[in-house]
Design a protein around this ligand. Structure first.
Ligand code: AMP
Length: 404
């Protein structure tokens, strides 16, 4: 259960589990399972939840949100006090994951008894679990409502409610069941809601059923600042270099060129040098001092072009950068937005150009849908644009022929 998922480096925060207010027994379990630091959603939600407040956590699967609600529950609830906790999940898998987390974190008299009420499973074991006096029910809405209506489960004593992946539950059409369940819960309770998105249906749910909730918003940034002009250059794969050189020749200002891999950074830097451009590069294999030199050189105008990989460019804040060129299309919407954010720092505007070929069609589509706008098509001087539909098919045929 504790395998997979999170890359620690991506999610690390400055906080420690101790600083979030968790107690010794739980800290010990965390150390045992190898959770070294809280993820951002955990760091945001846990202190609010421990203070007894309602909280809306906006975060995706894989962000560590299960522990964000399980840890405060394990902290607050004791074994044998009767049913005090309810976790509603959209799927059996999530319900089982939450249950197994709960069982790991309760120790001693906090070893909580759970009943997992999910659809597609026989009733007798669930009835048995309910008869055993669970401290927490973990359930999918349909099956829980069945039990409530047959009076095999009673919810009058619930003090802590979790709605996990609320947007997913609404997508699955669970809203009527959720409404009926929530209407049966005591008004005096703590509610934690988690969702990857915040459509109006979710805000309405929060308004109806939560008390002055605090929001912890860790949705990936999908907004490109207004002052940034976005351009898409669609070219043949073999014309990407020509397109890059043409764009660089066209404008005099400082340029940051993004590439996917370290090797590509070395290659692009060399190509630009061969054309006589003052250029530097940063990527994961460069030492800290080389990196610092490359950045300060750009800042001071010693070279006007910097080639970078995503990781090396994280957090770069150099106001002189006027133009971002994505020589390789970013692999996520988040990376696109992050790259775009390296220009137009401060008040000035900036330009973000994306050089794409037909192999990038799907990623371009995802970026456009992620940022909610179509990227305006441009043509670089001297570099023919390909006709999106026709050439796409031709190109694919050519690759197929090459592969044969
Ligand atoms: P979730 O988003 O809750 O589905 O969690 C995703 C994965 O991250 C699970 O496999 C967890 O075991 C793991 N995980 C959660 N919190 C941490 C943490 N603080 N450190 C390391 N791994 C974690």
């Amino acid at each position: 259960m504790f395998t997979g998922g999170i890359k620690q480096s991506e999610f690390e925060t400055q906080d420690t589990f101790e600083s979030l207010g968790l107690s010794e027994p739980i800290l010990n379990v965390l150390a045992e399972v190898g959770f070294e630091k809280p993820t951002p959603i955990q760091a945001g939600v846990i202190p609010i939840a421990l203070a007894g407040r309602d909280v809306v956590g906006l975060a995706q699967t894989g962000s560590g949100k299960t522990a964000a609600f399980v840890l405060p529950m394990a902290e607050k609830l004791y074994r044998g006090d009767g049913l005090r906790g309810l976790i509603l999940c959209p799927t059996r898998e999530l319900a089982l994951q939450a249950e197994s987390f709960l069982q790991s974190f309760g120790t001693g008299d906090r070893r909580l008894r759970t009943a997992c009420l999910i659809g597609g499973v026989k009733y007798p074991p669930q009835l048995e679990a309910l008869r055993n006096g669970p401290d927490i029910i973990v359930a999918t809405p349909g099956r829980l409502l069945d039990h409530v209506e047959r009076r095999t489960a009673r919810l009058e004593s619930v003090e802590v409610l979790v709605l996990d992946e609320a947007d997913h539950m609404l997508d699955l059409g669970f809203l009527p069941q959720i409404n009926r369940i929530l209407d049966r819960l005591p008004k005096e309770r703590q509610t934690m809601m988690f969702s990857a998105t915040m459509p109006s249906s979710i805000s309405r749910l929060a308004q109806l059923y939560m008390k002055d909730p605090e929001t912890v918003d860790l949705r990936p940034e999908t907004r490109v600042a207004d002052g940034i002009e976005q351009r898409l250059y669609l070219v043949e794969p073999d014309d990407k270099k020509r397109c890059l050189l043409s764009l660089i020749a066209e404008e005099p200002g400082a340029v940051l060129v993004f590439v996917r891999r370290k090797l590509d950074a070395d290659w692009a830097c060399r190509q630009l040098q061969l054309e006589g451009h003052p250029v530097e590069k940063i990527h994961g294999d460069r030492t800290q001092s080389e990196r610092v030199r490359a950045l300060s050189g750009l800042r001071q105008g010693e070279h006007r072009i910097l080639v970078a990989t995503d990781i090396a460019a994280r957090g770069i804040d150099i106001p002189v950068i006027e133009h971002i060129i994505n020589f390789d299309v970013p692999q996520t919407v988040e990376d696109y937005v992050h790259r775009a954010g390296r220009t137009a720092r401060g008040a000035a505007g900036g330009t973000v150009s994306c050089i794409a070929s037909w192999t990038d069609t799907e990623m371009v589509r995802q970026i456009e849908s992620g940022i909610g706008t179509q990227l305006p098509r441009f043509e670089a001087p001297g570099v023919p644009a390909y006709q999106e539909r026709k050439k796409t098919i031709k190109g694919r045929e050519r690759v197929r022929r090459r592969l044969r």
